[in-house]
Design a protein around this ligand. Structure first.
Ligand code: SF4
Length: 677
């Protein structure tokens, strides 16, 4: 394999860039966008504000990601909401001759899907400019060879067709990122590295007090790829290099595109490195058949989506990679599902304290609940990690989020997160790309499952990852869930804490005792409010209680607690509300069976379904079918279109269950579940 790559031609880009084409302003005005698609060039700055918070769900809605080749170029921005409308249609960006796309703050937030920048690239976009750009999205652009900038002053230069020095896009970047930009992508850079054309400078940081995250990164630092030497005495924010992974995983939304890159660039018969530490998951689209509209089925999208499953299965067999797949249909029954959602299974069975884990999904930080550095990467990074087992990394600054005090009984980790997400530091994007370490006695008091809600939602914070110092809760978790010896686990915890004097860029303080049950208003997880601030009852149509964030054992405990109370009072889910409980793995389902939860759920009229991402990715029971539908959901994000076209409120497991019984959004009051009026 290396031999083939050693003779592969690879060259740097020219040191000046001239883009010839139009600039597309992604403004919050549907008519102005339509005018651009019809050939009109807007003045700069445009008369409407640039759209902030454009998520990857808006760039390429989930159903678009059933494609994994250059057909994607027909679809960028199809889910983009402007002035309440969706003005971009199939093929219109590609036909418009655009080379540059301009937006506001936090561009590319949300899912780590590389289909988004790949779709933009295939439509002709070579440069993305925004006031701020989310970490994974930006890395994905760089890995694919798309230029990015937060300098809006470049807009006029592009419009005038002026030459721009390549250094305008590499300034301030470390050696590796600069090399990736100069070589036009990660694979090309890696080939140049293997050919000795570029050298990765050794990390020169002297011993210093480090945060927990920095320590784990230092332990995994690739000191010398030629001798497989791993480990550095210390790292500091800004150090750039490659780290050796313990676990690499991907799901069916990403594996097929990575296999295409593998076959195209490396060769179909080559073997991936250490397949025993690679895992594939069929979790996102298991229930798609039941959620897809007839219209989409008639467009052939179900067949397109099934190709993702087949492609991943074939590659898993050929490469000897463990695939957590789809459950077989049981006889003639329609019942099916997945063995597990990726994050659930990685935490339940594979991650260990101190591990470094990459996954093809923005919620990979889930495993940080037991003290791992786990982070999401895009397709190109996954594909390259199959080749080297390494992934590039710039050590991020750390932020300490301390939650103190005793929480009220109806407050959960989800409420902590909705409160953290509305903090101005987070809401204004200052935590983007950072290591968020959660600490404080209120966090220490949480179970590992609840901590995982917090680390999982580091994705919504925009963080590089989230982590909690592993402690006796983790020892008990691994002993209970995996039968590990407590002494063996304790020995893994050696050194896994932040040093006295470690540097945090910021410390955010919260008092759990001040919290009330929260919801996030539709549109963004940062739209948090106390339920008491809602200003009146919000009637719901759907309550969805599932996903990696809210399909764990402790989540099932919470749903069951509320529903048991309700059943004891003779209350049920009202006839005009649909309530779904979806667990994260077969292990969680077995737990529900053992605990008698399935009977409780059935008693109140909640429908229990097999594991899968399902409604969380707009692909299963629980999705909304029109804009008027109101859903309360325990999932982690509510960007437009995330779970159908309706109005999606985020809430805790307690609130979701209590609202399902009440028929409107309400907090759970222990031993007092509202009966529908
Ligand atoms: S359940 Fe939702 S958030 Fe979790 S991995 Fe699946 S799609 Fe992503």
């Amino acid at each position: 394999m290396i031999e083939r790559l050693l003779s592969r031609p690879v060259a740097k880009r020219a040191d000046r860039v001239r883009l010839t084409g139009r600039v597309l302003f992604l403004v919050d005005d549907a008519e102005l966008i339509r005018q651009q698609l019809h050939g009109e060039n807007l003045p700069w700055p445009p008369s409407a504000p640039l759209r902030d918070n454009i998520s990857t769900d808006e760039i390429t809605p989930a159903y678009i990601c059933y494609y994994y080749d250059d057909t994607l170029g027909d679809f960028p921005y199809l889910g983009l909401k402007a002035g309440g409308e969706f003005p971009i249609t199939r093929g219109s960006v590609r036909a418009g001759g655009f080379v540059c796309s301009v937006a506001g703050k936090r561009r590319g937030k949300g899912s780590s899907r590389e289909q988004s920048p790949y779709a933009e690239m295939c439509a002709g976009i070579q440069l993305v400019i925004a006031e701020s750009i989310e970490r994974i999205y930006r890395e994905n652009c760089q890995n694919l060879g798309i230029l990015t900038s937060t300098d809006v002053g470049l807009v006029q230069k592009v419009r005038r067709g002026e030459e721009i020095p390549l250094s305008a896009f590499t300034e301030g970047e470390g050696d590796i990122t600069r090399g990736i930009i100069e070589y036009g992508g990660l694979f090309q850079y890696n080939v140049a590295r293997l050919q000795g054309r570029v050298r990765v400078p050794a990390v020169a940081t002297a011993q210093r007090p480090m945060t927990l995250g920095e320590k784990i990164i230092a332990r995994h630092w690739v000191a010398d790829p030629s001798t497989e030497r791993v480990g550095a005495p210390a790292v500091r924010p800004g150090d750039e290099g490659f780290v050796r992974t313990d676990i690499r995983f991907s799901h069916e939304y990403v594996t097929p595109m990575a296999t295409i890159f593998w076959e195209q660039y490396v060769g179909p018969d080559e073997r991936i490195v250490d397949p025993g530490s690679v895992f594939f998951f069929r979790d996102h689209l298991t229930f798609l058949e039941h959620a897809m509209t007839e219209e989409r089925k008639q467009e052939g999208l179900l067949d397109v989506a099934l190709q993702l499953k087949k492609k991943q299965e074939e590659f898993a067999v050929r490469q000897g990679v463990k695939l957590y797949g789809e459950l077989p249909r049981l006889g003639r029954m329609e019942v099916r599902g997945s063995e597990a959602i990726c994050h659930s299974k990685i935490l339940e069975q594979h991650a260990l304290p101190g591990h470094l884990i990459i996954g093809s999904d923005s919620h990979t930080p889930h495993a940080g609940a037991i003290g791992c550095i786990a982070f999401g990467v895009g397709t190109t990074a996954i594909f390259n990690s199959w080749l080297t087992k390494d992934v590039r990394l710039t050590v991020p600054p750390s932020v300490l989020v301390r939650v103190r005090g005793g929480k009220p009984a109806n407050i959960t980790a989800k409420d902590f997160m909705l409160q953290i997400l509305r903090h101005p530091y987070v809401k204004n994007g200052h935590a983007i790309g950072k290591i968020v370490e959660y600490a404080g006695d209120a966090v220490e008091a949480l179970s590992v499952d609840e901590r995982a809600t917090m680390t999982n939602m580091a994705a919504e914070v925009g963080a590089f990852t989230g982590i909690v110092k592993p402690d006796e809760q983790v020892v008990a978790f691994l002993a209970r869930e995996r039968g590990m010896h407590a002494a063996d686990v304790r020995s893994m915890l050696t050194g896994l804490f932040s040093d006295e004097g470690a540097e945090y860029e910021t410390v955010l303080e919260f008092d759990a005792a001040d919290l009330q049950p929260m919801v996030a208003l539709p549109g963004d997880p940062g739209n948090g409010l106390f339920i008491t601030e809602l200003g009146g009852p919000v009637k719901i149509d759907i309550a969805y209680a599932g996903s990696c964030t809210a399909g764990k054992k402790s989540d099932m405990d919470m749903y069951a607690r509320v529903f048991r109370d309700a059943a004891a009072r003779g209350a049920r889910v009202p006839a005009d509300v649909r309530c779904y409980i979806q667990c994260g793995s077969q292990e969680v389902k077995r737990y529900c069976e053992e605990m008698g939860y399935l009977e409780i759920f059935a008693k109140v009229g909640a429908v229990f379904i097999e594991p899968s991402c399902g409604a969380c990715i707009n692909a299963g029971p629980g999705v909304s079918y029109d804009r008027a539908t109101v859903t309360v959901s325990a999932i982690n994000r509510n960007f437009p279109g995330r779970s159908g076209p309706g109005q999606l409120y985020l809430a805790s497991p307690y609130t979701t269950a209590a609202s399902a019984i009440a028929g409107y959004i309400t907090a759970w009051e222990p031993d007092l579940v509202p009966v529908p009026s």
